[in-house]
Design a protein around this ligand. Structure first.
Ligand SMILES: [Zn+2]
Ligand SMILES: [Zn+2]
Length: 300
């Protein structure tokens, strides 16, 4: 193989100029596997500070074009990806019509947008500053928020299944989120505007956590931070410990669901994303999440 694909490299340069850290996914849209050293590294190993070219999924994202060129040379059929979140100044709304996602003009005002190779849309908005979780947009099916702890595949990557390129649909600049969208992406996971789930009556009763988290005493003071900590633990887990870490995170997140801080659907989406970013297979992800919820007695 010769050098990096020129079209991807040129696009990477323009993203870097915009201040968006970029990295390269494997050709199946999954992060490149960690090197043996990072795989076996202990929990003290900081993925954000790791010097490896492409270990730790989105943590490999960089504003150094030479590093991106090296990533593309190492994975000539890889896909270009942009790390989202506060670091990039980006919140991306990911609409997947294949799962019922719809563009809502009131919520999703015109901004820089990508037609994904899979038939959906990515709407790029400016990050507001305070944490914005990557999760299902509350109250919407088929619409995900890619923000802190997330990434999106970027043009002109070719979708591995459809062979269709991701492309910019409009040369619009990245806009501010309109107030309703800002409210939706920063809403606590179980906002009062949504019907509250009735307490689980089927199956074993949801046990109250018996300690460990800051939830002892009944209240969870910062469910958003607790959720982010569980997801970060999955991202940091060395290979060989990832399945058990994801299982542990699932138990912790199940307790948040039991306390009505988020829905089981949102929990599943957040945990599955974290698992994928940590190069877990769909089967491993499903097993860890269903096991974690089952062992906390929380219905999925
Ligand atoms: Zn490494
Ligand atoms: Zn590393």
């Amino acid at each position: 193989m010769s050098g990096p694909a020129p079209a991807l490299l040129a696009a990477a340069e323009s993203y870097i100029e915009a201040g968006w850290p970029v990295f390269v996914l494997g050709r199946t849209k999954r992060p490149v596997a960690n090197c043996p050293r990072c795989r076996d590294a202990g929990r003290d190993h900081d993925p954000e500070a790791c010097a490896c070219l492409s270990c730790h999924g989105f943590y490999a994202a960089t504003l150094d074009l030479d590093r991106v060129a090296a990533m593309l040379s190492a994975a000539p059929r890889g896909l270009l990806a942009i790390r989202t979140g506060a670091l990039a100044g980006l919140v991306v709304v990911d609409i997947d019509p294949g799962h019922g996602g719809r563009l809502d003009p009131a919520l999703m005002t015109p901004t820089a947008a990508v037609a994904s190779g899979g038939g959906g849309w990515h709407l790029y908005y400016a990050h507001p500053g305070p944490p914005v979780l990557s999760r299902r947009l509350p109250g919407r099916t088929g619409v995900d928020v890619k923000a802190d702890g997330g990434y999106v595949v970027a043009p002109p990557s070719i979708h591995p299944v459809t062979r269709t390129p991701y492309r910019w649909t409009a040369r619009q600049t990245v806009g501010e989120m309109p107030p309703p969208l800002h409210a939706a992406v920063t809403a606590p996971a179980a906002p009062s505007s949504q019907p509250t789930r009735p307490p689980a009556t089927a199956g074993p009763p949801a046990r109250r956590p018996t300690g460990g988290d800051d939830s002892a005493g009944g209240g969870i003071s910062r469910p958003d931070l607790l959720l982010a900590a569980h997801l970060a633990a999955v991202a940091r887990a060395p290979e060989g410990h990832r399945r058990t870490t994801l299982y542990g995170a699932a138990r912790g997140v199940a307790r948040l669901v039991a306390a009505d801080h988020l829905t089981a659907t949102e929990a599943w989406a957040a945990l599955a994303d974290a698992g994928r970013a940590a190069a877990q297979t769909e089967r491993e992800i499903r097993g860890a999440i269903t096991g974690g919820f089952r062992d906390e007695g929380v219905p999925l």
